[in-house]
Design a protein around this ligand. Sequence first.
Ligand code: ADP
Ligand code: MG
Length: 366
Amino acid sequence: VGARLKAVGEVGACNADAADSRILVFVRLRPMSKKEREAGSRSCVKIVSKKDVYLTEFASESDYLRLKRVRGRHFWFDASFPDSTTQAEVYGATTSDLVEGVLQGRNGTVFCYGATGAGKTYTMLGTMESPGVMVLAIKDLFSKVRQRSHDGNHSIQLSSLEVYNDTVRDLLSPGRPLLLREDKQVMKLLQQGNQNRTTEPTRVNETSSRSHATLQVIVEYRSMEGGSIVTRVGKLSLIDLAGSERALATDQRTQRSIEGANINRSLLALSSCINSLVEGKKHIPFRNSKLTQLLKDSLGGSCNTIMIANISPSNLSFGETQTILHWADRAKKIKTKALTTANEEVLKVPDSETDQTKLVLELQKE
Ligand code: ADP
Ligand code: MG
């Protein structure tokens, strides 16, 4: 499928009727945690309306009274999700359209960005009781494929990669994508993959992940349409980035600070790519880190791209939240060339070939 995808991708890219579009940016506010409440924190984020997020800084009631006004800033996004938003609502608003596109041979990417503990993994993977975008996307794919099974043959493959210390590691099935036959076991599979992620205790959250994790779902579809064999390949990439916070100032020789430097380096590389893309520069420094190499297709290429910025409501995270909203605001300005046509290949069956069904079966065996 890899080679096929490449070949078909090239066909698609040549014929692409590429329309200029931009990255869609969403913000998800998580509920205040018990720990934050116990630390006496206040909410510094207000979802004013569907698109309007208001961030305000006041350390204490007395500060607020002394300043006599709230120093704050409004940010506008494609949508902002208050802490009451369900997983299904987030999926529906951000990813379900991309899943439909993938079935038609278009690529799509969703990535979560935010500080450790802000809700990235909850949004992407979720829990057994409240599965997240990755699980809901695969379930949705399967139910859509089942509805369409009469018009062709679909195959769904998964691969899950981790970028840690600027090296790439396979979390599911080293060396090859996993052919998924049904969606029942997918949560278990993804949770196992997530457990394989490199984790280290940090200041904010004991089990926070120090790595970037990506799940790629490749859907290949084949059918006979008016004497031709049509092949479409769509790729959905779902990305759970490492925490965006600054590395702890620790001894330069410790493992933690090396990791911190690497996480910072890849997120720094990401921000310089975002800057270059926003400024319309010819050269975008994707090669500066593994993470940006991985995101190259999504940020600069022909892809429908969604960014979800995860934030905590607590004023204890004010600085991080401000940074995240700043980058999310900038990401809105990134133009991508969204494919309006699919990665599609049409093979004309020769007239002499009478038994077309036989040929399709042959191809399916490949
Ligand atoms: P991150 O991956 O960004 O470090 P997590 O997704 O692990 O953060 O979230 C930290 C904690 O907050 C987890 O215990 C998670 O279950 C909880 N959490 C995050 N977002 C939500 C939400 N929208 N609703 C309920 N709990 C949430
Ligand atoms: Mg996480």
